[in-house]
Design a protein around this ligand. Structure first.
Ligand code: 2RA
Length: 330
């Protein structure tokens, strides 16, 4: 089947191509789509070269699905054009996520909400995805009341220019464009995306609002502090979860280890816990430091790590396409 990747030359677009190839999605032809300046460039997929085209040509080529990672404004403008031509869109930007007419999907949690009427499906924010994959089995069993999350996010979440800034600072090169308002190497920025009137950042409010929508439960209280750290391998999160009901720690470990897409790494005696350096390039969500919060009843502490370009973006989008294919929706 023909697959269009819109934003094919960016960090996430490149990862989408890798994930499609690795997971053997039944691709007959890749249609790489990018902005004017990249049209005509070559993109490699499974050893073959494909030429980057503009969106109008891509629509004419009638792909079975278009996976978008081209930023919010491109998505707002272009996704409806694909959808109107009957091409389902899976969109990585924040443009459609909180639109009540659009589904926001993490396949392990709520793939079943997708119907044949859905022509634009939203992929959630990276930091939200890895958290809800772990929350879902625990919510089903013990009912979550409140989540307090602090994130430690990779510069890859900002894009290639941020990776360049980090490595340039590391070698004392001052010539690159700065994408953060401060130095990022040897530093920590309690600031991801723009600040809002309530004092939170947009990234923090994404974690609050998207979590409720994906879990289909507005009663779950969430508060977040999102932080950028000088790493590239993935996002890490300290997650504190208060349940309605008490839990058994061994059962929590068992539930998580039986959850699709989750790998438990929790053997502190041998210093085994998830780290972004190990999640890099992997599709799963890693969880460890599983322990009771001794300061409050029915409350659990977890450390959750995933490659934000993979499960946090490309892998999740490809998994949505896989689900749609299996459900005869493509
Ligand atoms: C970040 N959440 O890490 C963003 C990327 N979508 O900045």
């Amino acid at each position: 089947m023909k697959i269009a990747v819109v934003g094919a030359t960016g960090l996430v677009g490149t990862e989408i191509l890798k994930v499609l190839a690795e997971r053997n999605f039944p691709v007959t032809e890749i249609i790489p789509v990018a902005s004017e300046k990249s049209i005509g460039k070559q993109v490699e997929f499974k050893g073959k070269q494909f030429t980057v085209v503009g969106y109008e040509d891509a629509i004419k080529m009638k792909p079975a699905v278009a996976i978008f990672s081209a930023g919010g404004s491109s998505s707002l403008a272009l996704a409806p054009l694909f959808a109107e031509a009957g091409i389902p869109v899976i969109d990585n930007s924040s443009a459609w996520r909180m639109d009540p007419t659009k589904k926001l999907v993490v396949p392990e949690v709520n793939a079943n909400v997708i119907t044949a009427e859905d022509k634009i499906i939203a992929n959630p924010n990276c930091s939200t995805i890895q958290m809800v994959v772990v929350m879902k089995p625990l919510h089903d069993k013990y009912k979550i009341k409140r989540v307090v999350v602090s994130t430690y996010q990779s510069v890859t979440g900002t894009g290639k220019a941020a990776v360049d800034q980090l490595f340039a600072e590391r070698v004392g090169d001052d010539s690159v464009k700065k994408v953060y308002p401060h130095k990022i190497d040897l530093n920590v920025l309690p600031h991801i995306d723009v600040f809002l009137d309530n004092g939170y950042t947009k990234e923090e409010m994404k974690m609050v609002n998207e979590t409720k929508k994906i879990m289909g439960d507005d009663s779950i209280a969430v508060t977040a502090t999102t932080v950028r750290i000088p790493t590239v391998g993935g996002h890490s999160e300290a997650v504190n979860i208060e349940f309605e009901n008490d839990f058994d720690l061994d059962e929590v470990r068992r539930l998580l280890s039986e959850t699709e897409g989750v790998i438990v790494q929790d053997d502190v005696k041998n210093f085994v816990y998830p780290m972004p350096i190990n999640s890099h390039g992997k599709d799963e969500v890693f969880v460890g430091r599983i322990r009771r919060d001794e300061s409050q009843a029915n409350t659990l502490n977890l450390w959750v790590v995933a490659d934000n370009l993979r499960k946090g973006a490309a892998t999740n989008a490809v998994q949505i396409a896989e689900y749609m294919l299996k459900a005869n929706l493509l």
